[in-house]
Write a protein that binds this ligand. Structure first.
Ligand SMILES: [Zn+2]
Length: 235
């Protein structure tokens, strides 16, 4: 499998940035397996329209035995208008800042990682895990490896303490992320216990999980699951 996989379980504590979506849920169980110390999870309530994400995060953290904090971050939705925080902004197309998708939330991962480090470092936690992935079609600049490495450096300097940011999904496609969940023995939990649909549909359950089946997030997830299933039937 990809980056940051230790041959042996690390004795340290770890903090996972947990949104309640497929990627961060997979990271949560990855971290539980990789680190033997207390497992912490932090979820940011940034005014996302779909509150079901927060419920999923709470349930996942409980299931994984994580110490879970939900931290309010009220300023993001006040500062910019995007499809994840504002009703009526279409989730399709590159209508966001600088031609980025309308679902791009400017500054989100920089802010989240800063707050995660501010939570972790005083507790003696040096390891942060975030489900950033630069393979996603969305192409968010704050999900790319260069940005994450820069934040790792900046936060280590800011806190005068080493901060390691782990991104186990960075180079994985969605079907490989499903495969990782399966390898971790949590495929069912990830499929049924997470929310990624941009339209907030958490009533229609498909083989790949809940969602409207139409929005870009559902599309990516469905295709990923189909590729994962096709590969499985071949092996
Ligand atoms: Zn959807």
């Amino acid at each position: 499998m990809s980056t940051n996989v230790y041959a042996e379980r690390q004795p340290r504590s770890v903090l996972v940035v947990l949104s309640g979506g497929q990627d961060s849920a997979t990271c949560l169980y990855w971290a539980k397996k990789q680190f033997a110390g207390p497992l912490h999870a932090i979820t940011f309530d940034y005014g996302q329209r779909h509150r079901v994400e927060l419920e999923c995060a709470t349930n996942l953290a409980r299931d994984a035995g994580a110490i879970h904090s939900i931290v309010p971050v009220n300023s993001l939705s006040a500062l910019s208008s995007n499809a994840l925080t504002h009703e009526g902004v279409s989730t399709a197309g590159n209508t966001g800042m600088n031609g980025l998708p309308s679902t791009f939330v400017p500054g989100r991962n920089a802010l989240f990682l800063t707050l995660a480090a501010a939570y972790a470092v005083p507790k003696g936690i040096q390891d942060l895990v975030i489900g950033a992935c630069q393979m996603d079609a969305a192409g968010y600049p704050d999900c790319r490896d260069g940005f994450i490495k820069s934040m790792q450096h900046a936060l280590s300097m800011a806190m005068e303490s080493p901060v390691h940011i782990h991104t186990p999904l960075m180079y994985l496609t969605k079907d490989q992320t499903f495969r990782l969940a399966e390898k971790l023995g949590v495929l069912e939990k990830v499929v049924t216990g997470t929310h990624t649909c941009y339209e907030g549909n958490h009533t229609d359950l498909h083989s790949w999980g809940y969602g409207c089946g139409q929005c870009p997030a559902c599309d990516l997830r469905r295709k990923g699951f189909e590729d994962f299933s096709a590969r499985k039937s071949l092996s």
